[in-house]
Design a protein around this ligand. Structure first.
Ligand SMILES: Nc1ncnc2c1ncn2[C@@H]1O[C@H](COP(=O)(O)OP(=O)(O)OP(=O)(O)O)[C@@H](O)[C@H]1O
Ligand SMILES: [Mg+2]
Length: 317
């Protein structure tokens, strides 16, 4: 057994996190850097065989199950329109779950409404779109995030600024003036202001460059290390599964197609072929042949690009 309490998932470069091995957010329990899942027990948060749709409309989800254990990262991937966002909204109480159940820490919260009631229970949600108040400053966004709290929020805000230092620099700037990556940091920071026990993120890296994506993933790992569970939808499936304890592949109709550890899904030839952009490129022969689309029509060959260099560490900005 590894001495690393975080197991072998995620980025092992300790330089990106607190050198003492713990994130900067307040841990849920004082039990160390990661809270182990209850062995054999039910998941901490589960949307269990959910069937449902919007309003009186048709079912979008069909017996869809997504779950996350305490202090772990669960990733949901799948094609556009599969129902990933709908599954997240169902878990957060934003649409009718007609069959199945949503349970948090063993409690059935399927009928708990409105969604704010789930925030009181410790759930934080960053939706795919419209996840910040663009005309408000960064700091006002964070204050809005803490809307359910009546205690002093300064320390939590300080923790968010430690996690995302650029937000401190930009705290008096309108959030709408920030870059895509910075906006996503505001959105995640806003959700953290309620001190959630589980953080649900719908495509937190949408529209950001690969380097900023890497950095956001590193911060998400750091948050998980404090014991906060992360349930996350991602389009960058391969990279997300690399940091996932558990992965769910959803397909059209909000149906589960594959479920496993991140490692298992990455190694599954069917998942790789259908959802991860094909099998790993063959390294034996570094050339691809293709039919030139323009005259003169002929077979030609193209040298595959060299493998990506090792991940660079840069500040989020
Ligand atoms: N508010 C809504 N009312 C009615 N139908 C909706 C609503 N939002 C989404 N849908 C439908 O639900 C289905 C699943 O959409 P959803 O947004 O959950 O997919 P997704 O997997 O998140 O896709 P993407 O990767 O593009 O974000 C789609 O057919 C969509 O048209
Ligand atoms: Mg979506």
């Amino acid at each position: 057994m590894s001495t690393n309490p975080y197991g072998d998932h995620g980025n092992k470069d300790a330089s990106i996190t607190n050198p003492h091995g713990q994130g900067t957010m307040t841990p849920i329990e004082d039990t160390g850097p990661a809270v182990p899942p209850a062995p054999g027990g039910p998941p901490f948060l589960i949307g269990d065989t959910m069937t449902g749709g919007y309003g009186k409309g048709p079912n979008i989800l069909h017996e869809c199950t997504i779950a996350v254990e305490k202090g772990e990262i669960a990733v949901i991937v799948g094609p556009n329109g599969a129902g990933k966002s709908t599954a997240m909204k169902a878990v957060f109480g934003m649409l009718n779950v007609r069959e199945g159940a949503v349970k948090l820490d063993g409690e059935d919260i399927t009928k708990l409404s409105p969604p704010q009631a789930r925030v009181h229970k410790g759930m934080g949600f960053v939706p795919q779109t419209h996840n910040i108040f663009t005309s408000m400053t960064v700091e006002e966004n964070l204050e809005m995030g803490a809307f359910i709290r009546t205690d002093d929020i300064k320390q939590t805000m300080e923790q968010v600024y430690e996690l995302f230092p650029i937000l401190r620099d930009k705290r008096n700037q309108a959030a709408g003036e920030l870059s895509g990556g910075q906006r996503q940091q505001v959105a995640v920071g806003r959700a953290l202001m309620t001190q959630p026990t589980v953080l649900m993120l719908d495509e937190p890296t949408a529209g950001v460059s690969p380097i900023v994506m890497d950095e956001l993933f590193d911060r998400i790992i750091e948050v998980a290390r404090t014991g906060i569970s992360i349930l996350m939808v991602e389009q960058n499936a391969r990279q997300a599964l690399e940091i996932a304890d558990k992965g769910y592949v959803l397909v059209q109709g909000g149906r589960n197609a594959h479920t496993g550890t991140g490692k298992e899904l990455l190694a599954d030839p069917e998942v790789r072929a259908s959802f991860l952009g094909g099998a790993e490129q063959c390294c034996v022969f570094p050339y691809s042949f293709f039919w030139s689309p323009r005259p003169p029509l002929r077979w030609t060959c193209w040298k595959r690009p060299a493998p990506k260099p090792a991940r660079r560490r840069v500040a989020l900005c």
